[in-house]
Design a protein around this ligand. Structure first.
Ligand SMILES: CC(C)(COP(=O)(O)OP(=O)(O)OC[C@H]1O[C@@H](n2cnc3c(N)ncnc32)[C@H](O)[C@@H]1OP(=O)(O)O)[C@@H](O)C(=O)NCCC(=O)NCCS
Length: 176
């Protein structure tokens, strides 16, 4: 990974990064299948230790967060993004690992979920023991699936009578 980039789990002192995290996700959402997220949601994730940050000095250059569903039965990894100028240098992998460790520490009994069309994310998930599964194997919580509403493909997916444009992947607690 780029030597001048630090990856860490966020905390209360990092909530000022929420605006830029939201803007980075919004910029990626015009070209990639990733749902947009409001700064308010992201500041809550950062403050509660449910977000990972990649920082170059004081500048946010990467982000990701997790959420629990059905009382901690499931955890989802979402909003993974790296500044376009730094992609392909291992920052996404470092964020994904930090996200994975933080979510597993907080919810060791949870099934971890990921929805993606991204080849890098798919590859990272497979290397971490995730498997491709039907959506039926993922949470039924409608609030999780409501996240799709801010994806660029939402209307097309709705018209086609589908649930989501992504591939569903899960990792059982403690590995495969
Ligand atoms: C997805 C994203 C966060 C990855 O960040 P990144 O810093 O470029 O990722 P890395 O450089 O750490 O590469 C991650 C892995 O993907 C692999 N990879 C990269 N491009 C790939 C491709 N086209 N096909 C398969 N694997 C690929 C890399 O080899 C690496 O694997 P390794 O760690 O085993 O060597 C970044 O591309 C991004 O911000 N994309 C736009 C937003 C998005 O689509 N987010 C995902 C929503 S689910």
């Amino acid at each position: 990974m780029s030597g001048d980039v630090e990856v860490k789990v966020g905390g209360a002192g990092d909530v000022h990064h929420a605006e830029r995290a939201s803007a980075m996700i919004a910029a990626a959402a015009s070209e990639h299948d990733i749902a947009e997220r409001e700064p308010e949601l992201l500041s809550g994730k950062i403050a509660s230790g449910r977000a990972v940050l990649a920082l170059r000095g004081r500048e946010l250059v990467g982000f990701g967060f997790f959420s629990e569903w059905e009382g901690g039965k499931f955890v989802s990894h979402s909003g993974l993004v790296v500044d376009p100028s730094l992609r392909g240098r291992g920052v996404g992998r470092a964020l994904k690992m930090a996200l994975f460790e933080a979510s597993e520490r907080m919810f060791p009994e949870a099934v971890t979920m990921s929805l993606t069309t991204s080849e890098p994310v798919r590859a990272m998930n497979l290397s971490l023991g995730f498997a491709v599964v039907p959506f039926e194997d993922m949470t039924v919580d409608p609030a999780f699936w409501a996240g799709c509403r801010t994806c660029r493909n939402y209307e097309e997916v709705q018209r086609a009578g589908k649930q989501c444009c992504c591939e569903g992947m899960i990792r059982p607690p403690g590995g495969s």
